[in-house]
Design a protein around this ligand. Structure first.
Ligand SMILES: Cc1cc2nc3c(=O)[nH]c(=O)nc-3n(C[C@H](O)[C@H](O)[C@H](O)COP(=O)(O)OP(=O)(O)OC[C@H]3O[C@@H](n4cnc5c(N)ncnc54)[C@H](O)[C@@H]3O)c2cc1C
Length: 473
């Protein structure tokens, strides 16, 4: 008999797991707080321009890459992907145009740093080994400190900066970042990077289309406010409207601390697990400027551009001051996103205020960050400030507002090499019938969240991991 599964949240994590469960025959109902599905995969329009929110490009999905088997299984490899030629890194006013593809990447780095040739080989070997290793054998890579390993492997500081300079997605932290998370990012982008001209919409349509075709359903503007329990197991959810939806399995695809908040005071969930979840630390949020340029005023390059201020520490992000940023261009639209990591503490004072009514001091704060962003971006794109026609800005508060994102975090829970067992979450919780998926589980980003989605589905008996992937989770 098919199981009734309710899924909380329709971001990539919820969609991937729902797709796999519904394909297997489960009766899936996705409940989404926002009025549109997709979470961070969504795009939005301002003045006729389409901007991405949390999906700009993805690494490792070329055939043979670490993401490829997962996307192939989901049918996502058939979307109209545009391969990108690599990425740019700016260290101060020095530009590095780094190609994709293992051979090209190796040749570029080794030509630039001939004295580091063996070290570069070793770096790539270890990253590949970590990524290709069956998941149950990856613990040594989780326990190893990424920074210490990098320092030991590469002794040229500029090369270290170049290797780390495109890793904004993992939140570099000298004390805590596990080698596994670092290796995944480095290796996937050495392998390849791709984008979709239409943003995340085709991914949402494909996965949601699959769920609907397999008899599942989705309800937007349906905020879950309570996970219901019966006889010591999760038995359904209650919506903000008061409606109750019964289920055999509740799959939460939102932040784990928010999941715990949905349990009642007399829950059967073990206290020790709740305490463990309470202690998890969030990754930073983001400040984003979505910019429309005057037509033809700038020649935009169709690759991610990472700009780091002269002498700034690449292993320490947090604006203000703005010392690191990512430029993501839409050359076909004369538009761009500037993305800067920003901790919740910078905006916490305005928590509880409403969009558009956060006050003058909030507007001034955003204005100041924007001007710092443009000043730094001038290094890579001279004339950018004068070319701006219109600009819209958002902060971690915006993410909290739209997606109920916990403390406005961009990438969910941080992983810690000093405590991998407590910071890597498995799908099964101690409360029977309650399972987790989404970016906070194992890894974040499009690749990490997809892998987490497969692992959750596997725990629920729906699938085997694709061949040539993180097998045997
Ligand atoms: C600015 C930014 C840029 C990024 N760029 C990239 C990139 O280029 N490449 C990349 O690989 N990764 C990128 N990422 C990361 C990537 O977007 C995420 O890791 C991934 O999309 C997370 O998916 P998710 O399903 O776990 O969470 P989400 O997408 O956050 O989905 C969670 C969903 O749950 C819903 N929800 C929350 N609470 C409730 C509730 N109580 N009831 C019902 N629904 C609820 C939310 O509305 C949301 O739709 C970026 C992230 C940010 C913030």
């Amino acid at each position: 008999m098919s199981r009734r599964v309710v899924v909380i949240g329709s971001g990539l994590g919820g969609l991937v797991t729902s797709y796999l469960l519904s394909k297997q025959g489960d009766c899936v109902t996705i409940l989404e707080h926002d009025k549109r599905p997709g979470g961070s995969l969504q795009a939005f329009y301002r003045d006729g321009i389409r901007f991405d929110t949390g999906f700009h490009f993805v690494g490792g999905m070329a055939e043979g890459g670490p993401l490829y088997p997962y996307f192939h299984d989901l049918g996502l490899d058939r979307l109209a992907w545009t391969p990108l030629d690599g990425h740019e890194i700016w260290l101060g006013d020095k530009q590095y145009v780094i190609p994709n593809g293992q051979e090209r990447w190796l040749r570029y780095m080794q030509d630039l740093f001939p004295h580091q040739k063996t070290n570069i080989d070793e770096l790539l070997r270890v990253c590949r080994e970590a990524v290709e290793c069956p998941l149950q054998e990856t613990m040594p890579y989780w326990e190893q400190n990424a920074w210490q390993w990098l320092e030991k492997t590469i002794d040229d500081p500029i090369l270290r900066d170049l290797i780390s300079g495109s890793s904004m997605l993992v939140e570099l932290n000298r004390e805590t970042l596990p080698l596994f998370a670092f290796a995944e990012i480095v290796y996937s982008y050495v392998y390849s990077s791709h984008r979709l001209r239409e943003g995340g919409a085709p991914i949402i349509e494909h996965l949601l289309g699959g769920v609907l075709a397999h008899g599942g359903s989705i309800r937007c503007s349906s905020t879950v406010i309570r996970i219901l329990e019966k006889d010591g197991r999760a038995a359904g959810v209650q919506l903000q409207s008061g409606e109750v939806i019964e289920a055999d399995i509740v799959l939460s695809a939102i932040h784990p601390q928010e999941t715990m908040n949905l349990l009642s005071d007399n829950t059967s969930m073990r206290k020790v697990y709740r305490r463990r979840i309470d202690k998890l630390v969030d990754s930073m949020g983001s400040f984003t400027a979505n910019i429309k340029f005057r037509k033809g005023s700038l020649s935009l390059r169709d690759v991610p551009i990472y700009v780091h201020k002269e002498g700034a520490d690449i292993w320490s992000y947090n604006a203000p001051p703005v010392e690191h940023l990512l430029l993501h261009s839409y050359p076909e639209q004369d538009a761009m996103d500037i993305i800067v990591p920003m901790a919740w503490t910078n905006v916490a004072q305005w928590d509880g205020t409403q969009v558009g009514h956060r006050g003058q001091d909030y507007e001034l704060f955003k204005k100041e960050i924007l001007s710092q962003c443009l000043a730094l971006a001038e290094t890579a794109l001279p004339g950018i400030t004068d070319a701006v026609e219109q600009v819209w800005t958002s902060t971690p508060l915006t993410w909290k507002n739209y997606f109920l994102s916990h403390n406005g975090t961009s990438y969910g829970v941080c992983k810690d090499c000093n405590a991998p067992e407590s910071t890597i979450l498995m799908p099964k919780t101690p409360l029977p019938g309650l399972f987790l998926t989404g970016q906070s589980m194992i890894l974040h980003g499009i690749m990490g969240t997809t892998i987490s989605g497969f692992i959750s589905a596997q725990f629920l008996g729906a699938t085997q991991p694709p061949s040539n992937s993180l097998q045997g989770a």
